[in-house]
Design a protein around this ligand. Structure first.
Ligand SMILES: Nc1ncnc2c1ncn2[C@@H]1O[C@H](COP(=O)(O)OP(=O)(O)OP(=O)(O)O)[C@@H](O)[C@H]1O
Ligand SMILES: [Mg+2]
Length: 323
């Protein structure tokens, strides 16, 4: 960290944006609280800001000069708040408007990955209207077993694995209660891996082993229900390949700052498939990005400080940049 950057931030009001109205509000509050604590421990003037419709007034009133975005899901991870901060000329952490919007939308992510020939499972996007059609089953091109997901959710909300045709419609209806578009993706039987990215480099890989076999909302947030193995139990060559693929995916979407790339390595072909890219990964003390960072010797507070120092305006007005 150079001293110029330190001086630039030390006397500024930093807003930790958290909460919001997404389905992941509670997780965001946990992320935000942990970030706030770390910034204060490092003596920054950090303020907690719960995001509501009057966010612009709140930021201006509190004279926030830098925004640390600790939001997950809609309104926070999808380019919306990033656009607001661009308009207000407030530098912010992480990815810009476009990369955030693309990464939040699992269908657009996969289209871009395919364009770059980055492996991702076969898929199809349908709209909620299709579910109620009499010829619904004939419209589905992805073979069973498959995974049904809302197009832009997180934390496995609204997601299910479908093994029988008779469960397909109800799984799609469940996903449609979150989003008007639904992603159907070929189920990949294999080892679940996540790649943390910090400072443009891939961290040691985490292998995720949910005790009940599915990395559901419950498995993600109930302590003891999932085993995490760092580094993942794969060869050095496979790990290097996955890290390289994860970085390619990050760059293909135009991500900035930290991110976390989720993958499955098929048991059958030993082929890694990218599931998605999280531009605002969970940042509680027990979250995966801090876990991977710690295994690379980066403690939580230091990771948060590194993230703060990625804050900048990305889209417009170069004179507003905090470099
Ligand atoms: N194609 C697939 N094959 C096998 N399992 C899958 C597949 N897609 C998703 N899963 C399972 O569902 C979980 C959630 O999927 P995904 O990571 O795409 O969604 P998410 O809800 O956005 O996750 P996050 O909490 O990381 O934002 C994965 O962690 C994985 O366990
Ligand atoms: Mg995921």
């Amino acid at each position: 960290m150079n001293s110029l950057t330190n001086t630039l931030y030390s006397n500024k009001h930093i807003g930790v944006l958290m909460g919001g109205a997404s389905a992941e509000r509670e997780i965001s509050l946990r992320t935000g609280t942990a970030v706030l604590k770390a910034l204060r421990a490092k003596k920054y003037q950090a303020h907690s800001i719960d995001v509501t419709a009057s966010i612009a007034q709140a930021l201006l009133k509190k004279k926030i000069a830098v925004a640390f975005i600790a939001l997950h899901g809609k309104g926070g991870e999808d380019g919306t708040i990033q656009g607001t901060l661009e308009m207000l000329h407030i530098p912010y952490t992480g990815s810009g408007v476009l990369a955030s919007a693309l990464a939040m939308h699992k269908g657009m992510t996969k289209i871009i990955l395919r364009y770059h020939r980055i492996p991702t499972a076969d898929f199809q996007v349908i709209t909620a209207e299709t579910i109620e059609r009499v010829d619904f089953h004939r419209k589905i091109t992805v073979p069973l077993p498959l995974v049904v997901k809302p197009i832009a959710e997180g934390s496995t909300i609204g997601t299910s694995i479908v093994t029988h045709k008779r469960h397909l419609r109800s799984a799609c209806r469940q996903a449609a209660s979150c989003d008007r578009s639904i992603l159907l993706e070929r189920f990949i039987e294999g080892m679940e891996i996540t790649t943390g990215i910090v400072d443009g480099k891939a961290l040691p890989l985490i292998e995720i082993v949910p005790r009940d076999g599915f990395y559901s909302f419950r498995s993600k947030y109930t302590p003891g229900s999932t085993d995490y193995i760092v580094p993942a139990r794969i060869t050095k060559a496979s790990a290097a390949k996955i890290q390289h693929l994860s970085l390619r995916a990050y760059h293909a979407l135009g991500c900035e700052g930290v991110a976390r790339v989720d993958l499955i390595v098929s048991h059958h072909r030993k082929q890694p498939y990218i599931l998605e890219i999280n531009t605002i990964p969970g940042m509680t003390e027990t979250s995966l990005l801090p876990m991977a960072a710690r295994s690379a010797g980066i403690e939580f507070d230091e990771l948060v400080e590194k993230m703060l120092h990625t804050a900048r305006l990305k889209e417009i007005q170069p004179e507003g940049r905090l470099k």
